[in-house]
Ligand binder design. Structure first.
Ligand SMILES: [Zn+2]
Ligand SMILES: [Zn+2]
Length: 252
C-alpha cells in the first residue's frame, strides 16, 4: 500500500516526548475530525450524505457533544436520525409482517422467520454502533503517521536519535508499529528495527512501573512530605501505557 509522508506532525509528536507518540497524534487527529464535522465543511453534500448514513460511534458522539457547537450538532443529528429511521424502517416492516402471522396464536410455536427478523434488526443496529466516520478517519491518518515513523527511522539519523530516546509506545499502539515495520522494511532492517525497539519498550515499562509504585507509596503518611518526583500523574500515564487512552479520552 502507498502512503503519504507526514513528517512535520510526526516530528512534533516525538518532540512532545509523551508515553506514546501515536496516542498524541491520534488525539490531535481526533480533535481535527471533531471540529471538521461540526464546521461548515459538513454542509458539503458528499460529506453530508456519508454522515447521514454512517454517523459516529457512541464515544465520538460524546466528543461532538463536548464541542458545544449545539446548532451544527443539531442539524447533523437531525438528518442522521432521518436516514437511520429509513434504514430501521426496513427491519421494522419485516418484523411487523412476521409478528402478525403469530397474532392470536396461544400455543408455543417458534417462528424461524420472526427470529431471523429480530436477529436482522439486532445486527443492523449493533453494526451501526461500531461504524464511525471519525474512527475510520483516525485509522487512516494513523496509518500515514506510522509509515512516516518507519520511514524517518530508516532514513533520518536525527530522528533515529529521538526514537531511541523516546518513551516508546503504549500497549495498544505497539502492534500497529510492528505491523507497519513488517509491511515496509526488508527483513534485515526489520530485525534491526525490532532489536532497537525492544529495549526502548522494556526500559520504559520499568520506568513507568517505578513511577506508579512511588505514586502508591506517596499515600503512606511517612511519605507525605517527600517530593512526588515525576509520579504525580503516573496513574493517568500508566492507564495510557496500558490502553492507549490519553488523559482527555479517559476523562471523557
Ligand atoms: Zn498509544
Ligand atoms: Zn468513533
Amino acid at each position: 500500500m502507498k502512503y503519504k509522508l507526514e513528517t512535520i506532525p510526526v516530528w512534533d509528536a516525538f518532540k512532545e516526548n509523551t508515553e506514546c507518540p501515536i496516542c498524541y497524534l491520534s488525539e490531535k487527529a481526533e480533535e481535527r475530525y471533531l471540529k471538521f464535522y461540526l464546521g461548515s465543511s459538513v454542509m458539503n453534500p458528499e460529506t453530508r450524505v456519508e454522515v447521514n448514513r454512517t454517523g459516529f460511534c457512541p464515544e465520538h458522539f460524546s466528543g461532538l457533544l463536548q464541542m458545544r457547537s449545539n446548532h451544527s450538532l443539531g442539524l447533523l443529528t437531525h438528518t442522521h436520525l432521518e436516514k437511520r429511521m429509513d434504514l430501521l424502517q426496513e427491519h421494522l416492516q419485516v418484523l411487523k409482517k412476521e409478528s402478525s402471522k403469530l397474532a392470536g396464536k396461544s400455543k408455543l410455536l417458534s417462528s424461524k422467520k420472526l427470529s431471523s427478523a429480530i436477529r436482522g434488526l439486532e445486527k443492523h443496529l449493533v453494526d451501526h454502533e461500531e461504524s464511525c466516520m471519525i474512527c475510520t478517519g483516525i485509522t487512516y491518518t494513523i496509518q500515514r503517521y506510522l509509515y512516516t515513523i518507519i520511514h524517518l527511522w530508516k532514513t533520518d539519523g536525527e530522528f533515529r536519535d529521538f526514537f531511541q530516546k523516546s518513551k516508546g509506545f503504549c500497549f495498544h499502539h505497539l502492534p500497529e508499529v510492528l505491523n507497519m515495520a513488517e509491511e515496509v522494511l526488508n527483513p534485515g532492517k526489520l530485525s534491526e528495527f525490532i532489536e532497537e525497539l525492544i529495549p526502548i519498550i522494556e526500559e520504559n515499562n520499568k520506568r513507568i512501573e517505578k513511577e506508579i509504585l512511588w505514586f502508591t507509596q506517596k499515600f503512606d503518611s511517612k511519605n507525605f512530605e517527600k517530593p512526588w518526583g515525576t509520579s504525580e500523574d503516573a496513574h493517568y500515564r500508566t492507564i495510557q501505557k496500558l490502553t492507549g487512552r490519553t488523559n482527555n479520552s479517559i476523562k471523557r
